[in-house]
Design a protein around this ligand. Structure first.
Ligand code: ASP
Length: 429
């Protein structure tokens, strides 16, 4: 289980922007000792950190954590800092600074014991979530619903246009206002870019963008970056200076649009964008990233582009967004497979994908032959969707400070590993 000690140490490393090695060095302890303090409490190798070390770490963070550019942060809640026109909503990653993002990650760390089914907390008891999904979804819809339920709330769902009054010509404004009389928060997925913002303008209850056409998918990008940070912590790497390769449909893939902007909040990254010309990342996003001082290279060669990458982020061709255009140039050379990864990547590379991956023959999506490779982080990504989405709800609904006090043990039993192929990292969490 994630203890207060782990949350404290992870937060300190994030704020100081240090790898485990440099942090252990800075506080004068052996890396192995630090690792045992970071282990889950129920691990046989877990050790408590001495009180004097905790005090020392606290002093170092106060003294040395890079000063935040966000001068409001000391006095203002995260909910207020990320608000859109004063309203608690999550529409775009542009609402976040690096600091507010890391504040959210700290809250996600607090949620881990609930997400891992060791604790329950019912801080949202009585609240109702409206999940409005006008486009296909499994992960986003169910994980937002599960996250809300795990905080004690209940969920009402509607899927597709066919079974909603939008099929009768109802406007976004009317739908949003009507739903706001029934529920306490809305998660909306809609095929048109900008449509979720329109839902948000018609209500004062929290609205979360669950994907607006080819626009954005902010919660996915947050869970992706949270996963990258956790994987990097284990591997002794920092997000600053990382090399991230993005592969596939970078034109219509909203997850990469949001993720590259979030990563651009860090320093000195190199991005290699690998896609056929017809599916390149929109120029306005590349400009925004380059203005942040990052290097962006575009390539059509997977072999070249993946060389030296710390993160390989593959995506699905968004066929549903092609009107009458043919999908040109997405040949088998774009497939990320075990043989390719073995040829050009090392043990420290992580392989990600927002899922679903198209496993049908000829799709050339991320290959299933990587399923037993511990570098494949796709299910750690999906698992991280729960603590991140719980943190988003807790912040938007103003209950993040109550969660820890309200936790109690679960009454049922769950397997220690959820999936049969889940990788173990020698006790390193
Ligand atoms: N699930 C992600 C999305 O909704 C990725 C995908 O569909 O390819 O954007």
């Amino acid at each position: 289980m994630m203890s207060a000690q782990q949350i404290f140490l992870r937060d300190a490393m994030r704020r100081l922007n240090m790898t485990r090695d440099s942090f252990a060095d800075r506080i004068g302890v052996r890396r192995r000792a630090l690792d045992t303090w970071l282990l889950p409490e129920d691990s046989s190798e877990f050790r408590s950190m001495p009180g004097i070390v905790e005090k020392f770490v606290d002093e170092i963070v106060q003294r040395e954590a890079p000063a935040s550019g966000d001068t409001q942060s000391v006095h203002t809640s995260l909910r207020e800092r990320i608000a859109v026109e004063g309203k608690p909503q999550l529409l775009s990653v542009d609402q976040f600074s690096r600091e507010s993002l890391e504040d959210l990650f700290r809250i996600a760390d607090i949620m881990q014991p609930i997400a891992r089914r060791q604790k329950v907390s019912r801080v949202l008891e009585g609240a109702v979530l409206g999940n409005l999904f006008f486009e296909a979804s499994t992960r986003t819809r169910v994980s937002f619903g599960a996250a809300f339920c795990r905080l004690g709330g209940s969920v009402c769902d509607t899927t597709g246009f066919t079974f909603s009054s939008m099929a009768k010509g109802e406007s976004i404004y009317d739908t949003s206002r009507v739903m706001s009389g029934y529920v306490d928060a809305l998660v909306v997925r809609h095929p048109e870019q900008g449509s979720v913002a329109e839902f948000a303008r018609a209500t004062n209850i929290p609205v979360i963008n669950g994907g607006d056409g080819p626009g954005e998918h902010p919660s996915q990008a947050m869970l992706d970056l949270y996963t990258i940070q956790r994987e990097f912590s284990r591997l002794g790497k920092l997000v600053d200076g990382a090399h991230v390769a993005m592969v596939g449909d970078l034109r219509y893939g909203r997850t990469v649009h949001s993720l590259i902007k979030l990563l651009a909040l860090y320093r000195g990254l190199k991005f290699t964008l690998i896609s056929p010309v017809s599916l390149e990342m929109p120029a306005y996003i590349i400009d925004q990233v380059e203005r942040g001082g990052h290097v962006v290279e575009q390539s059509q060669s997977l072999e070249e582009g993946l060389r030296g990458a710390d993160v390989v982020y593959a995506t699905r061709i968004q066929k549903e967004r092609f009107a009458n255009e043919a999908i040109e140039g997405y040949t088998p050379e774009f497939q990320v497979s075990q043989a390719l990864i073995n040829r050009v990547c090392d043990a420290g590379t992580i392989i990600m994908h927002p899922l679903p991956r198209d496993s049908r023959p000829g799709a050339n999506d991320l290959s299933t032959d990587l399923n037993h490779d511990p570098r494949l982080a796709i299910f750690r990504q999906t698992d991280n969707g729960i603590p991140i989405r719980m943190a988003i709800f807790a912040v938007l609904m103003g209950v993040e400070n109550q969660v820890q006090h309200a936790m109690r043990d679960v009454t049922w039993r769950t397997p220690s590993r959820i999936g049969p192929d889940d990788a173990s990292f020698d006790g390193l969490d």
